[in-house]
Design a protein around this ligand. Structure first.
Ligand SMILES: [Zn+2]
Length: 122
């Protein structure tokens, strides 16, 4: 199975597990650093695009797929906070806020994915 086929298959599986079947997900792989991976979404259209790095191993890749998809569950909430908070911050505050926001968001996502996976293992 090629990397592309693997991603396609796992995206489908995790869309079902996370109940995100109504989203249309596209993706691409690029030779970038891990932290540059990410998802962009359009909430109203229910479309999203994920950029994956080509540098991760397959066992890690599945985790990343589930992680990026999970951002969609929080997308609305995330956008709401950003719309209210972002315009009120100074340039310096934006840097700190953005970094912490992403860090906390990623921690929440990784926590619940551990919960989901623990449930699956039963
Ligand atoms: Zn993330």
């Amino acid at each position: 199975m090629t990397r592309e086929q693997f991603i396609k298959r796992k995206l489908k599986q995790w869309q079902a597990i996370l109940q995100l079947r109504d989203w249309t997900i596209t993706f691409e792989t690029r030779d970038i650093d891990e932290f540059e991976q990410g998802i962009q979404w359009r909430f109203t259209e229910r479309t999203a695009h994920i950029v994956f790095t080509t540098r991760t191993r397959r066992d890690r890749l599945e985790k990343d797929i589930a992680h990026e998809l999970s951002h969609l569950i929080l997308a609305k909430f995330d956008r709401y906070i950003e719309d209210w908070v972002w315009p009120r911050l100074s340039k310096k505050e934006k840097a700190t806020y953005g970094e912490t926001h992403n860090k906390l968001l990623n921690e929440v996502i990784d926590h619940w994915l551990n919960v989901v996976r623990a449930g699956q293992a039963k």
